[in-house]
Design a protein around this ligand. Structure first.
Ligand SMILES: NC(=O)c1ccc[n+]([C@@H]2O[C@H](COP(=O)([O-])OP(=O)(O)OC[C@H]3O[C@@H](n4cnc5c(N)ncnc54)[C@H](O)[C@@H]3O)[C@@H](O)[C@H]2O)c1
Length: 661
């Protein structure tokens, strides 16, 4: 059967052969056993409803075995035989070009070269799922292949509920992931309802089909590291950046450190992850003992090298060894998956990965205690360094939140805030988000490298033109992104689809998109899929990350993210998504995003202008209402540009009035 026929077939009438478990592929850890016997039965009934009754007797013992062995029913047998990757858009069987674009994006998220645990349909972050099982994948692809521009596919946390009649201007797909009744949103609720097969953790760009490999995070991390060095008034040359994680997102850190020009030490316990990133050229050297590491880093400091080193071991060993040998860490952070501390996101000291995985599944309490003990030791070592002048920031992985819950000494004197800022509080928020700068991205649907090169040149020209008359407040941002896009091809950032990212504000995003649309109309490039990370100005309400620099008390609300996705959906998005969890953990965040296919038409031009303007200015308006100075500046500027925009501006109360009352 051809690829196209297999897509159109959906769930096959004849059962495909059972698959061998391939240990060479990076698999998700076994999830903890959480279902009661009656719930296990329910999980099996839920899984079997995807299949004709004549297959139930064969599939029941197999799915039961998967549930017992892996803690989930992935339906491995139904993983397709064809290679999954972002094909050129014309390779997909489709009635709707927009639907074909979404198929391309879904396949990119499940490409073995891109996804963290491809056979468990996990793209990144340990549990960031595109789907919960292969039946959902097959059905969704079939629906997308069949649908017209008069229908909308409705996705309930990985499950394709079906195609519903709509209209041309409506999104082709509406995605929700992990939406829970608030009181049922604890981490164990995820374990339970995910095991039952009724919800999933979509992360940010996994379940929203907008992952572009580690490039997105390389860019964000480069901007963060550059600005962190600016913040401490030191050049990155010869400066030391210590962090951890070489996984899906965290693997970008050494590459970003190299682009910024510092010495990066990135610890990683998982040998596979270390070697993957090394073989991809994302980290320069591997060292597996602290003695050799200390000597190597001292040399690098003397020579003011730009180098990245993977330390194969627990990150706490690095912090402690550097403290003992008086190596001054300039910038410190962490990117283990602490949004998921009890299911493989953070490895305790003193155990191999295999031992820890075993304990996680079979001795849950001991695993929890070991993680907590390690976190306390980790935080103590960080504190010892910050006392000597290290600038430490939480990198949006819930390190401070989980450390505080573990009883580590990370709380500020008021007992509410943390001792250290999140990178959004100090860097991303005031320097980028408040001005509307965020992770705009695009994918060239032709799959051609030359299209990507042309779009890079177009984007660079637009930013350079904007920089000529831009106010001083946003010059640095524009310049950083011009430098980034100029070096993008040389830095070989593409893994998977022909995608690019840069940070731009509302005006920049719309102008770049408009210029792409013009180039498509002139047949200079093929169709382009616009999108962004959820980690953005308006897309995400996350009190310890994206909205951590909101100080009017509203950072625990999620109105902005909900408005964002609703607003995008009727202003022209091709697909929209809204998620619980993502980035910092289940129950801790609501985040949303969009995808938009542009085809060179006048309608595309209208849609992109309308939707991108809203997609950025919604968040600026909220940040401005929270009295953030940069955002007040940016929203006033937006109102000058667009007379139809009228936003309520906050009045600032004189501090003296409170002193005299
Ligand atoms: N700051 C941001 O912009 C941003 C963006 C995306 C993700 N994140 C967050 O960063 C975290 C990491 O994301 P990811 O996709 O790389 O996850 P991941 O699970 O793919 O990678 C984390 C890695 O950390 C390693 N690790 C765990 N404990 C360790 C320890 N004690 N010492 C050394 N290594 C250890 C794991 O083996 C794993 O490879 C997540 O919490 C994610 O939500 C932040």
């Amino acid at each position: 059967m051809t690829f196209q026929q297999q897509i159109l077939e959906g769930i096959p009438a004849v059962l495909p052969a059972q698959k061998e478990y391939d240990p060479a592929i990076n698999h998700a850890p076994k999830r903890k056993k959480i279902l009661s016997p009656s719930e296990e039965k329910l999980a099996l009934q839920n899984a079997l409803r995807y299949f004709e009754p004549q297959h139930h007797a064969t599939l029941l013992p197999e799915f039961k075995n998967e549930l017992e062995t892996y803690g989930r029913i992935y339906m491995y047998r139904f993983a397709p035989e064809y290679k999954i990757y972002a094909r050129p858009i014309d390779a997909y069987p489709a009635q709707s070009k927009q639907a074909a674009a979404i198929m391309l994006m879904i396949q990119n998220n499940l490409d073995h070269a891109v996804a963290q645990h491809p056979l468990e349909l996990i793209t990144y972050g340990g549990n960031g799922a595109v789907f919960s099982n292969w039946a959902q994948y097959r059905l969704t692809m079939q629906y997308l292949a069949q649908m017209t521009d008069e229908q909308t596919l409705v996705m309930y946390s990985g499950h394709p509920m079906g195609l519903f009649p709509s209209h041309k201007e409506a999104p082709r797909v509406v995605v929700t992931n992990g939406m829970m009744i608030p009181n049922y949103s604890t981490p164990d609720d995820w374990e339970k309802y995910n095991a039952l097969g009724v919800t999933q953790y979509g992360q940010m760009t996994a379940g929203s089909y907008m992952y572009i490999g580690p490039q997105g995070i390389v860019h964000g991390t480069t901007i963060t590291v550059l600005n962190a060095f600016r913040k401490i008034g030191k050049s990155p040359k010869g400066g030391i950046f210590v962090t951890s994680g070489l996984g899906g997102m965290s693997g970008a850190q050494p590459k970003a450190g190299n682009i910024a020009g510092c010495i990066t030490i990135c610890a990683e316990v998982n040998k596979k992850a270390v070697h993957t990133r090394h073989s991809q050229g994302w980290v320069d050297e591997i060292i597996d003992n602290t003695t050799a590491l200390v000597t190597r880093v001292q040399q690098a400091q003397l020579d003011k090298e730009t180098v990245s080193i993977a330390y194969h071991g627990n990150v706490v060993e690095v912090w402690e060894a550097f403290n003992e040998h008086n190596i001054k860490i300039d910038i410190g952070s962490d990117q283990t998956s602490l949004h998921n501390p009890w299911a493989g996101g953070y490895y305790p000291m003193g155990y191999t990965v295999e031992e820890a995985n075993d304990m996680m599944a079979n001795d849950v309490e001991r695993f929890r205690e070991s993680v907590k003990t390690t976190l306390c030791r980790h935080a103590a070592a960080v504190n010892a360094h910050t006392a000597k002048g290290t600038y430490f920031f939480d990198y949006g992985n819930a390190f401070l939140l989980e450390s505080s819950r573990a009883g580590a000494d990370v709380l500020a004197e008021n007992g509410i805030d943390f001792k250290y800022p999140s990178y959004v509080q100090d860097i991303m928020g005031p320097m980028c988000f408040d001005y509307g700068f965020g992770p705009f991205r695009w994918v060239c649907a032709s799959g051609k490298e030359e299209d990507l090169a042309k779009t890079d040149a177009i984007a660079c020209a637009v930013l350079e033109e904007l920089a000529v008359n831009a106010p001083a407040e946003i010059q640095q941002q524009l310049q950083d992104n011009i430098t980034w896009i100029q070096g993008a091809q040389q830095n070989k950032l593409v893994v998977g689809s022909q995608a690019r990212i840069l940070y731009a504000d509302a005006e920049g995003r719309a102008k770049i998109a408009q210029a792409f649309n013009g180039a498509i109309a002139r047949n200079e490039i093929g169709l382009v899929i616009l999108g962004r990370d959820h980690h953005d100005v308006s897309g995400t309400d996350s009190p310890y990350r994206e909205t951590s620099n909101i100080y009017d008390g509203s950072r625990f609300t999620a109105d902005m993210a909900i408005h964002n996705v609703i607003g995008d959906s009727f202003r022209g998005a091709t697909w929209v998504s809204i998620h619980n969890g993502g980035g910092v953990g289940w129950g801790e965040v609501v985040n949303g995003g969009f995808g938009m296919v542009i085809d060179g038409s006048k309608e595309a031009e209208r849609r992109l202008q309308s939707m991108l303007f809203w997609d950025v200015n919604n968040g600026i308006a909220r940040r401005s209402w929270a009295r953030n100075e940069g955002a007040v500046f940016a929203i006033k500027r937006a109102m000058e540009i667009e007379p139809n925009l009228k936003v309520t501006i906050p009045n600032i109360v004189e501090e003296d009035l409170f002193n005299n009352i």
